[in-house]
Design a protein around this ligand. Sequence first.
Ligand code: PMP
Length: 458
Amino acid sequence: MFPNPQALSQAALDHYVHSNTDLDKHRQTGSMLMVEGDGVRVKDAQGRSYIEGVAALWCAGLGFNEPRLADAAARQMRRLSYYHNFAAKSADVPVALAERLAEMAPGDLNRVMFATSGSEANDTAVKLAWYYHNALGQPAKKKIIARRQAYHGVTVASGSMTQLAAINGGFDLPIDRFIHTDCPHYWRFAEPGESEADYATRLADSLERLILAEGPETIAAMIAEPMMGVGGVLFPPETYFPKIQSVLHKYDILLIADEVICGFGRLGTMFGSTYFGVTPDIMTLGKQITSAAFPLSAILMTDRVFDVIAAESGRRGTFGHGYTYAGHPVGAAVAMEVLDIYQERDILSHVRRMGRVLHDRLAALADHPLVGEVRGDGLVAAVQLVDDKAARCFFDPAQGVAKGVAAHLQENGVILRVLSNDSIAIAPPLIIGEHDLTLLLDRLESSLNWAARNLGRM
Ligand code: PMP
């Protein structure tokens, strides 16, 4: 079934089109192919083992070969390998999962739809917002506000909410109806001497100005990650969301919380919305919902939103949205098992405990000559590299400083991810233990020292 490593490498060069990759360069450099998982580690085709320090794409919460997930999937495949959820039919397990998610979610997010990816979940959330306002006789309410530096996916709508040059470039995104407000990164964007609270007020004022300039009657929803992941591991000031939410309420604009990364414990709370005291109208979930062992995402909406949508679908005779694989019984069975494991292992306490190990160590790294800011909480962090600490100046991107650090680290058996502006993300599987976490951090520090010596800063 598996060809030998050399044949595989050739096949990758000849046939495989990667995502988020310089496809031209790939013709020379080839692929790195993973063949096995072992807890928080993955092994490549050459037999080298790596600690996956970002849980692959912030998603493999239980690591890379949890046997209980294999058993859960196999059991469900033998029992009922597929059924759809159109026309009031469904498999049984996704219904049980919907009930469980409604119980776990904050507030009255009691109605659950499924999809298979974060992008699809966010596209669905946008369609729900449009359908909702149409139902209320507000058909002009169509625009969606996202934030600069946001990542919400890559489909046409979710890619239009994403605002990162590396992702949008060449695709003519965003399309109309999608606009962007400020990115809440205090360290980078606050005025000298401005307090966090004043900064949050300024961003809420700026949001209100945008809404008034566009016309509140044209705005359907705002989407926000509680903690911005791909955008840089950005934790907004404490008062940011309450201030933003009060502006949204004033103009009858729905809030969509994108919990694709934050959901299921990443910040040491079950959801990022819980962490920041956000009460969204719609919440999207993905990634760690199945520990990435099966593609499954979910869209939760409040009773209020659902009631409006249900009444409208009654008038129309149907709610004309759905995917073949939405509410897949195998995905739902895997998700149920994942949620059992998170509960049995008290994953939130574990994340908070490991989070202290991570952040104590990173706090000490803040004095490193290349480090401008360390940020994060729970099991997510970013180390922001800077050319000039005092002036908070980034390196010239052409220097590829963070990429060099990540490549050196990879040589030393740790995979981390470089985000824009030379920040390095850390988000290991939630199950990582103190020994592996310390090993990861030791190696990160060595690679930073190596880079500092190369740049003559140490
Ligand atoms: N939202 C957020 C916050 C994400 O980080 C991602 C993926 N990194 C997505 C949505 C898109 O998810 P997917 O890749 O499953 O479409």
